[in-house]
Design a protein around this ligand. Structure first.
Ligand code: NAG
Ligand code: NAG
Ligand code: NAG
Length: 602
């Protein structure tokens, strides 16, 4: 930031120079300006502050008249107010945790139709009877609440949290404050004049660390914690108003984002700050990517290859994906294709929304995936009649936290959206499809899925026994169901469209949804719809938890046919778990000039 001063003062000296020199210095100025800007822009993006670029340029032109003194104060005030703005935005916290108590251990059927034959992914050591069939704990739901907050990662929860007090509201607030205090501490500690304040911050930090190491919900907190919060708040306010080098605070904040695993684990459990940062930062470069691609599309109006025969041919292997994330869908397709023996047989249908349509199109015209065919479809062009399908909705992910005396864990269930129920209508000629989520990476040839015998059932899916239907009681309504059944996940699903049409699964779903007016019913309705229509995929097909579970071993990752990054640490986000990200990133074309232009470097 300081360099801005130098440029501005050069600028004001211009008119005293001879004309030759003047042109020369102009060149220097513009080059310096560009260099600066290239440094500022990523910084602004990292801070997630849309106005920062504007204010910087504005300030530069005004200081060319007033001189460097003003500029210095801007550097302090401007940046610190931006950091403040960022910190002020951190109010919202994560959704309410579901506290479920473990009531009993039991050995029960999973509720999945026993498949006639289990088709396993190739080249893998089959790990015998799935552990999921062993004794399992049964989670009984503690209380029934609205599901909106559970839709972690959707805007729904941001709306909700303004209204609702969370059970760990204060814990999260404390974590955020701790985070901010840590960012300020090193800068304050360097100044001897602020020794007292530095001591104060240190004490507060230590106290918060001690409290938070023992508390995960508000009920665990010691009495008078409100007072401690106020004290911390005052200390932070003092720290903010102290004349510290804001560049350092800013740097420290960003360093903290570059967390070690332990740090991330510690914070991600509850910190709204990091979640906010994660949704705020990287999507900026993804937004840039999307804009660049869209502009490029309209600039070049590329010819669309006519592949209509392949697109409808039921003899080919059709993959369907809902996504508005160019990078994610590219990795899914590329990883599928790179690991397949016959990519010429593969057809990918990417269903997207109006906003992402042209960028998606442009991307998939520019990139090739061996001999595979890729089609991009705009949901809104499809004329889906039912109101259920009128809005593009991404497959959802619901977060469940379980805690008891012996354990506390969080699970993320990915589930079909309403739009999945339009698939038989969208692809009328197809008989069998494989539906993929966009947060997966494929590591094996998937062609065995096409010979999987669904035995008259409709769908093949990985069961998810960490959450039983009993835990979803509040979404299930009055229908009959086996509470001991495992839930199942989207991510990798084989669908027999012929059976689907024959049994009119869509209609079943619609009537189940109609009985549940709330928007957050997809999970319950989906689980009910496919009861008895589901074949469990062998456990070795999909390894899930890559977006939240730090305990997954390298061996397990190597062995899995498909990695599912369910959880909030998606691999394209800054907060993706570094050791898992590599398995995703390697399927990205790093030389793509759109990626380099937009500084996309997940
Ligand atoms: C694409 O193919 C379809 C049928 O094969 C044909 O009706 C259509 O005119 C073709 N479009 C172009 C642009 O060639
Ligand atoms: C995380 O992964 C490990 C190893 O696969 C597993 O034992 C554990 O249950 C998982 N934890 C969660 C919360 O999913
Ligand atoms: C697909 O992945 C390979 C690495 O496996 C990479 O070299 C290539 O550039 C990727 N292609 C695209 C289109 O992303």
């Amino acid at each position: 930031m300081k360099k801005t001063v130098a440029i501005s003062s050069h600028n004001s000296n211009n008119n005293t120079m001879p004309s030759g020199k003047k042109r020369w210095s102009w060149l220097v100025i513009s080059v310096l300006g560009l260099v600066l800007l290239s440094m500022l822009v990523p910084l602004a993006f990292i801070l997630g502050l849309p106005h920062s670029i504007g204010s910087v340029t504005e300030q530069r032109s005004s200081t060319s008249r007033k001189g460097p003194a003003v500029d210095t104060s801007f550097n302090k005030g401007g940046l610190s107010s931006r950091v403040d703005g960022l910190l002020k935005n951190l109010g919202p916290t994560l959704p309410k945790d579901r506290r479920n108590s473990v009531t009993k251990a039991e050995n029960k059927t999973t509720g999945f139709a026993a498949p006639k034959q289990m088709i396993k992914p190739p080249q893998k050591t089959h790990n015998g009877g799935s552990s999921a069939d062993g004794p399992k704990k049964v989670e009984a739901i503690g209380e029934s609440e609205k599901t909106c907050e559970l839709k972690f990662g959707s805007y729904c929860l941001w709306r909700q949290q303004h209204r609702e007090k969370m059970k760990d509201f204060i814990v999260k607030k404390m974590k955020d404050q701790l985070y901010v205090a840590r960012a300020y501490y090193p800068s304050i500690a360097k100044l001897p004049a602020l020794d007292h304040l530095s001591q104060e911050i240190k004490q507060n930090i230590q106290e918060f660390e001690r409290i938070l190491s023992e508390s995960s919900s508000d009920t665990d907190l010691p009495p008078q914690v409100e007072k401690k919060l106020q004290k911390m708040e005052m200390t932070i306010t003092k720290a903010k108003s102290a004349t510290v080098d804001c560049n350092n605070v800013d740097k420290k904040l960003r360093q903290l984002v570059d967390l070690t695993e332990d740090e991330a684990n510690f914070h991600m459990k509850q910190s709204a700050f990091l979640y906010q940062l994660a949704v705020q930062t990287t999507p900026k470069s993804l937004h840039c990517l999307s804009m660049r691609l869209t502009v490029e599309y309209f600039k070049t109006s590329p010819a669309d290859a006519n592949q209509s025969e392949d697109l409808l041919n039921p003899e080919l292997h059709h993959f369907v994906m809902f996504s508005n994330n160019v990078l994610a869908s590219s990795v899914v397709i590329n990883s599928t294709v790179m690991n397949s023996k016959a990519s010429g047989k593969q057809v990918f249908h990417v269903l997207t929304d109006k906003q992402s349509f042209f960028s998606m199109k442009m991307w998939f015209i520019t990139e090739t995936y061996k001999d595979a065919t890729v089609q991009v479809l705009n949901i809104e062009d499809l004329n889906l009649k039912s109101h259920l399908f009128s809005h593009f909705s991404m497959p959802q992910e619901l977060r469940f936290s379980f805690s008891s005396a012996s354990e506390s864990r969080t699970e993320y269930i990915s589930v079909f959206s309403h739009l999945h129920y339009a698939l038989p209508h969208i692809f009328p000629t197809l008989k069998k499809i494989v539906v993929l989520d966009d947060d997966i990476v494929v590591q094996r040839d998937l062609s065995a899925l096409w010979s999987l015998d669904l035995d008259g059932k409709v769908i093949g899916a990985s069961k998810f026994c960490a959450v039983k239907l009993a835990a979803l009681k509040s979404y299930m309504g009055k229908e009959n169901y086996d509470a001991e059944s495992c839930t199942w996940m989207s991510g990798l699903n084989v669908i027999d469209l012929v059976q689907w049409r024959k049994r009119d699964v869509t209609k079943m779903y619609q009537s189940l949804v109609q009985q549940r007016p709330s928007e957050a019913t997809t999970l319950g309705a989906t689980m009910l719809t496919f009861q008895g229509l589901l074949v469990a995929l062998d456990d070795t097909w999909v390894l899930s938890g890559m977006g939240h579970n730090y305990s997954i071993t390298y061996e397990a990752i190597k062995k899995a046919a498909v990695l599912h990054f369910n959880g909030n640490m998606k691999p394209w986000l800054e907060l993706g778990i570094p050791t898992y990200k590599v398995h995703w990133r390697k399927f990205l074309n790093k030389d793509n000039h759109f990626l380099t232009d937009c500084n996309v470097n997940p």
